[in-house]
Structure formats: C-alpha cells, structure tokens
Unconditional design. Structure first.
Lengths: 154, 112
C-alpha cells in the first residue's frame, strides 16, 4: 500500500515537472518567435547593434555574450543566407533547429497524450551532466564567445 | 537517526529548505536508520543566497541554473542570451525557491 502511494506520488511529481517543462519551453518559444518576427519586420540590421541589444551583459559591460548576434543569425537563416548566419553566430543554427522542432514535438506530445519530449529532455540532461560531454560543449561555447568578442568590438 | 542528531542537522541546515518542509524532514530523519546518516553528510546542498548572488551577477549565462543542477535549462538560458533577457530577470525572483526545491529533492533521494 505504501509502495503504491509512493509511486503514485512520484508519478504525479513527474507530471508536474513535465508540465512545468512544457510551459517553460512554451513561454520561451512564444517570446523567441515574437522577438524574431518583430525584428524581421521592424529592425534594420545595419543599425548600431548595441543600442537595441537585449543582452544585459553587453549593456552593462560592452562585451558581447556567447549568444550575441544570434537574432541576426536567425534573421539571416529565415532569409536563406547561410554564410551570413554562421558569421553572425553559429549558435543561431542550434536555436533555429530547436525553434522548429520543439513546438512540433510538444504539440504532438500533447495531442497524443505522451511525454516523449520530456523523456528525451531528461536523457539529454543526464548526458550533458557527464564531464566528457560537458567539457567539449563548454569549450565550443568559449571559442564562440572569443570569436564574438573579436567580431563585435567596435 | 537519534533525536539529537536530527535537531543538529535541522539547526545547521534549515536555510536550505522551505519552512513548510522542515516538519516533514524532521519526521523522515527520525525514522531513518543510522547507516544512512553518513550519506547525509555527503549531500551537497546549495545556499539559496549564494545562488541568488550568482544569478544577479552571471545569471545571463545560466550559471545559476547549472549550480542547482538544471543543466538543460542552464544551456537553454545560455543559448538564448538569458532567455532574451526576460528569463534572467524572472530567475532573480524564482531562483531561491528553485534552489530550495532541488535541495529538498536531493535530501528525498536519501530516504528512498
């Protein structure tokens, strides 16, 4: 009896975590698309970037963060300019793919009452926690950051 | 675990958890056998205030989330420039509660 209570508690905690995850990604995606579409419509990419940046780090220190320029990269991607996209920020590709796949995946999960995205997310998270994965990823991000600083210093 | 040790643990570690969780922790610790009390000392809890400071200073890079163990969200935060800046600010308010949540989860793993 105690086991069943425990496992049903555990599964409802899992449900809560899954719902929280899906809601968080939902908000992120909505914010991301809104930002991207707003930029595509209203911003001129030649303008002084620092004035319009959402990067708090760059506002305060003048130094770009590892993902600065990804908005421009996404805009270039949406217009098919792949080389430009890489030059703005390669992370734009990662974000672009995520922004395409994740909404479809989450909606499919909700429709089919499954939680495949949640399960895969948890597995990826466990994978990322391992040193032999985390260190190369962090090194890649660090290299990208250095490249960013080199590109964006005015 | 004997009552004195339980009291000592709670006195030293109450800041890591939410107030309403403390009675439950007290109960579970009292029921727990001695063999696990050693493991209790190996758990690494994060101080919510430290994580808050980290969040304010370098929250944009997701370091605050990495510290608590939310690796996936940490990378998401890093890749999106602190979730377009909004998540950075939101986390300033959420992170302390979340730290206490993960501390509690770490402790719970000991009981089951």
């Amino acid at each position: 009896m105690k086991r069943t209570l425990q496992s049903s508690c555990a599964s409802s905690i899992d449900d809560m975590k899954r719902n929280k995850l899906y809601t968080s990604f939902g908000f992120l995606l909505i914010a991301g698309y809104t930002w991207l579409l707003w930029n595509l419509k209203y911003s001129d990419m030649q303008e002084n970037v620092t004035a319009h940046t959402i990067c708090l780090f760059r506002r305060f220190t003048g130094i770009p963060c590892p993902s600065c320029g990804s908005t421009h990269a996404l805009m270039a991607l949406s217009q098919g300019r792949f080389t430009d996209a890489i030059n703005y920020n390669p992370i734009g590709f990662v974000i672009g793919i995520a922004m395409l796949i994740i909404p479809i995946w989450i909606i499919a999960d909700l429709l089919m009452k499954k939680e495949s995205f949640y399960i895969v997310y948890r597995r990826l998270e466990q994978l990322l926690r391992k040193r032999w994965v985390a260190i190369p990823v962090i090194l890649l991000i660090a290299c990208n950051w250095i490249w960013n600083i080199y590109k964006f210093r005015y | 675990m004997d009552a004195q040790k339980v009291e000592m643990f709670l006195m030293a570690n109450s800041k890591y958890f939410e107030a309403h969780q403390l009675p439950y922790i007290h109960e579970q610790l009292s029921k727990m056998d001695e063999s696990r009390s050693l493991m209790l000392q190996t758990i690494e809890f994060r101080d919510p205030v430290t994580v808050l400071i980290v969040s304010i200073l370098v929250g944009q890079f997701g370091v605050d989330r990495f510290l608590i163990g939310d690796t996936g969200l940490g990378f998401a935060k890093l890749f999106t420039c602190g979730g377009l800046g909004i998540w950075t600010i939101v986390d300033w308010f959420l992170i302390m509660g979340r730290t206490r949540e993960t501390n509690f989860a770490k402790l719970m793993r000991l009981f089951y």
